[in-house]
Design a protein around this ligand. Structure first.
Ligand code: CA
Length: 276
C-alpha cells in the first residue's frame, strides 16, 4: 500500500473537493499504514470461495483509491488497485474480482469508459463507474457502455460500499449481503451491532444520535488504529462532509458519557483517538 493520504486535499479531479486546508497536516498519519485487512496480501486464489472477495479499483488518484481501499477492506473485501486502464484490465483478468470500480478519467490512453467497454466485451464482471464530472452525458455514456452503476465525485464511501453490495445482490454474488460483519462487537461492556446499528451497555439499549452512531461505527471498524480528527470526520460522516474537527471531540465526549468509563476509547494527545 503506498503511504499516500486517503484524503483528497489537492485532487484536480474533484470539482468541489476540500480547500487546501493546513489542518489536513496530520494526514501523513502513519496509523493508516499500519495493518489493514488488505495487507498480508498472500496471493489469493481467486477461485477459493473461502477467500475474501476481491474488488478491483481502477483510479489514478491515490488519495481516493486509498480511501476506497480502507472502506472496502472494512466491509470484508480484498482490494486490488490499478492506476491506469491497461493495468486495470490486466488486474481484472488476473484477480477475477466480484466487481470493478473504475474512474472515467484515467491517464495513458485507455479511459474508464473504454475499460468498461472491454470488460463488457470479455466477460461479466460488474462495473461501477466513478466520474469527476457531474454531467448527465457522462452518466448516460457510462451506463450505455454497460456500467452497472455510476457515482459522481465527491461521493460518500459509505454510499459506494452500499451500492456495491446492491449490485452484487442483483448480480447474484452469494456474499453480497456483507455477511462478514454480522456478529455484534463487544468492547468494555458495550455491545455494538454494526448491521442493525444497535448499541447496548451492560445489556441495555443506549440511545445514540445518528452522528454519534456514525462516529462509533467508524471507530469500531478501525479499532486498534490511531485516527486523527480529520480522518474521523471523513470516515464517520463521509468524504463529502467537511466539518470542524472539534465536532469530533464533542461527539467523542458524548459517546464516552453514554457508553461508560469502561469503553476503551483512548485520546492521544495532538494525534487523535484510538478504540481498543
Ligand atoms: Ca482520475
Amino acid at each position: 500500500m503506498p503511504p499516500s493520504s486517503p484524503f483528497p486535499a489537492s485532487d484536480p479531479d474533484l470539482a468541489s473537493g476540500p480547500p487546501d486546508d493546513p489542518s489536513v497536516g496530520p494526514l501523513g498519519d502513519p496509523a493508516l499504514d499500519t495493518p489493514s485487512p488488505s495487507d498480508g496480501d498472500a496471493d489469493v486464489g481467486a477461485c477459493d470461495p473461502m477467500e475474501r472477495r476481491t474488488v478491483v479499483v481502477v483510479e489514478d488518484d491515490d488519495s481516493i483509491a486509498e480511501l476506497l481501499d480502507l472502506y472496502l477492506a472494512r466491509a470484508g473485501y480484498q482490494v486490488a488497485r490499478a492506476a491506469t486502464g491497461a493495468a486495470g484490465l490486466a488486474l481484472v483478468a488476473e484477480r477475477q474480482p466480484v466487481i470493478a470500480v473504475v474512474d472515467i478519467g484515467l491517464p495513458d490512453g485507455i479511459d474508464g469508459l473504454e475499460v468498461c467497454r472491454r470488460l463488457r466485451a470479455d466477460g461479466n464482471v460488474p462495473v461501477l463507474m466513478l466520474s469527476a464530472r457531474g454531467e448527465e452525458t457522462d452518466r448516460i455514456v457510462g451506463l450505455e457502455v454497460g456500467a452497472d452503476d455510476y457515482m459522481t465525485k465527491p461521493f460518500s464511501p459509505r454510499e459506494l460500499v452500499a451500492r456495491i453490495k446492491a449490485i452484487l445482490r442483483r448480480t447474484g454474488d452469494p456474499g453480497g449481503s456483507g455477511s462478514s460483519d454480522e456478529a455484534p462487537v463487544e468492547l468494555g461492556g458495550v455491545s455494538i451491532d454494526l448491521v442493525r446499528r444497535e448499541v447496548r451497555v451492560a445489556g441495555s439499549p443506549v440511545d445514540l444520535a445518528p452522528r454519534e452512531l456514525d462516529l462509533l461505527v467508524a471507530l469500531v471498524e478501525n479499532r486498534g488504529r490511531v485516527l486523527s480528527r480529520r480522518q474521523l470526520l471523513d470516515l464517520g460522516w463521509g468524504y463529502d462532509w467537511y466539518g470542524d474537527e472539534r465536532t469530533v471531540d464533542v461527539h467523542v465526549a458524548q459517546l464516552r458519557r453514554k457508553l461508560g468509563k469502561d469503553f476503551p476509547l483512548v485520546t492521544l494527545r495532538r494525534t487523535g483517538y484510538r478504540l481498543g
